[in-house]
Design a protein around this ligand. Structure first.
Ligand code: BG6
Length: 506
């Protein structure tokens, strides 16, 4: 294990330590961190869960996850052995005080052994129904009494709507200070998402044209090939708006639309982001049907395989009204963005995985080329590719070689793969390193979560009160319901075809 001696001793308690998130994401990320000098020399993972499991059996299971999901998990067997010695398993009921007392005893003995006080991280890898109860019991047991050294990590979903999110935030605030609460939106850990800030504010080139004068409209697409996989039970109560738009897509919107930060301070950046949500205009109830589209996938073909309809998935009701696709048009009422539409869309079982933000610039104010030169002419577009391709494409006009003046769109591209010899880390690797380092920049603050819900409430309310009568309304393996085009056509706009970087490995 390659440790970092500058980091304070750390006890990483995972509630739900035998569960899927720990196996699939947390342990592989901690393993990757242990390979890159990002774990303190004094470090312990306490996995807490209800199931009867020996420490050895848990380690074995976690190793399976590491082999499958961590970057060097398959090969680094010796390194895994070293890290696994730091894992303890504590079987206990999440609702019993005794469980927390045991965590306290374990902590005390570790601190005694290390001769130093440890940072304590309490990670909620449990169903959301426990998000209120566990923090209360942690606090009751005095485990978080040292405010400087204890923090709690909560995964989305943060609430089910505005009211439940506010209630959860209030409950958390009873036991923890806001600076101790780390709310995860894993999109913020993605390298390409963080690069939006670097691209916008480390280069003076684009900032002068990043406004309503030059930008015609912006599209944000997060398209997934996968269906609901093994999470039908959860997803059927959530739907695309809650599962993806309220968090991931609105985070992308904030980063694209925010004002420059004054410093790289966590609260300064989060203030600028929340300003965007405050300026975003909630869709009026009587406009929802014109400004949004919802859809649900039918059976179809994805990646050459036949896939079932959403209503046939495990855990999903056979007449489910839950949307697996959501698109909406938003406006941001401020000086920079007044009247510029931001179109957001996300869906499952779409034609292919593609997450990207396209900034569509306005047409030239006066076209001075002869009409035969501009048959293929398109206004310039900048595309920020989030995944699976990682990079940026600038599409602009060039003169086609030949005796005549003929314009044709061409691409200039930056690709992470070509420009850097280090691959991008998994989002969780970045986020867990930040939790250990007590850096909250990439985490959601209470006011931002609530502002995001507030913005979407009218859509949720209208969708809820008028169940769809055309579901399923798109075949798996397409770009979603046909009516999605209508959202943009009203304004003479269109969804850009997702871009693939040249030289992408097939
Ligand atoms: C999760 C959603 O937050 O993000 C899932 O709950 C979704 O439904 C996933 O599939 C997408 O994440 P990524 O990193 O694969 O784009």
């Amino acid at each position: 294990m390659k440790t970092n001696d500058l980091l304070e001793p750390n006890i990483f308690v995972i509630f739900g330590g035998a569960g899927d998130l720990t196996w699939r994401k947390l342990m592989p990320a901690l393993f990757d961190l242990s390979q890159s000098h990002s774990i303190p020399a004094h470090f312990a993972i306490i996995a807490v869960d209800r199931v009867a499991l020996s420490e050895d059996a848990l380690r074995k299971r976690l190793h399976e996850g590491v082999k499958r999901f961590a970057r060097s998990g398959k090969t680094a067997v010796k390194e895994w052995k070293q890290l696994s010695l730091h894992i303890r398993y504590l079987q206990g009921d999440f609702k019993a005080n005794a469980t927390y007392a045991e965590v306290g005893q374990l902590r005390a003995s570790l601190e005694k052994e290390w001769g130093a006080k440890a940072q304590r991280i309490f990670y909620m890898a449990t169903p959301p129904s426990l998000f209120g109860e566990i923090p209360r019991l942690i606090n009751y047991a005095g485990l978080a009494a040292d405010r400087e050294r204890s923090r709690i990590v909560i995964e989305k979903p943060i609430g089910y709507d505005l009211e439940s999110a506010q209630a959860l935030n209030r409950t958390l605030a009873n036991d923890f200070q806001e600076s101790q609460i780390f709310r995860i939106d894993h999109y913020l850990g993605k390298e390409t998402v963080q690069n939006i800030l670097a691209f916008r504010f480390a280069n003076p080139l684009f900032e002068p044209i990043w406004n309503r004068r030059y930008v015609d409209y912006v599209t944000i697409t997060v398209a997934e090939e996968v269906g609901v996989e093994h999470r039908g039970g959860y997803y059927d109560k959530a739907g695309a708006l809650r599962d993806m738009v309220q968090n991931h897509l609105l985070q992308l919107l904030c980063l694209v639309a925010m004002e420059p930060m004054v410093s790289f301070d966590a609260d300064e950046i989060r203030n600028k982001k929340v300003d965007v949500l405050h300026a975003a205009r909630p869709v009026p109830h009587d406009e929802v049907h014109r400004s949004t589209v919802r859809g649900q996938y039918d059976s179809g073909w994805v990646g050459g395989k036949k896939v079932c309809a959403y209503r046939e998935e495990d855990g999903v009701s056979p007449d489910s009204p839950t949307e697996t696709f959501a698109a909406l048009r938003l406006f941001i009422d401020n000086w920079r963005w007044q009247d510029v539409p931001f179109y957001l869309r996300t869906g499952k079982r779409l034609l292919r995985q593609a997450s990207e933000i396209a900034i569509q610039f306005r047409a030239v104010p006066h076209q001075s080329f002869p009409s035969e030169a501009t048959l293929d002419w398109k206004p310039s577009r900048l595309i920020l590719l989030i995944q699976p391709d990682e990079g940026i494409v600038l599409r602009f006009q060039a003169k086609h070689p030949g005796p005549k003046m003929v314009l044709q769109p061409v691409d200039m591209q930056f690709s992470y793969r070509e420009s850097f010899d280090t691959p991008s880390p998994e989002a969780y690797v970045t986020l867990l390193a930040d939790v250990i380092d007590n850096d909250a920049t990439l985490f959601m603050r209470d006011d931002q979560v609530e502002a995001a819900w507030r913005l979407l409430m009218p859509v949720l309310e209208v969708w809820n009160s008028s169940p769809p009568n055309d579901f399923p309304n798109y075949a798996s393996g397409t770009w979603g319901p046909d009516s999605t085009q209508g959202l943009l056509v009203q304004q003479g706009h269109s969804w850009p075809a997702p871009v693939e970087l040249a030289g992408r490995p097939k």
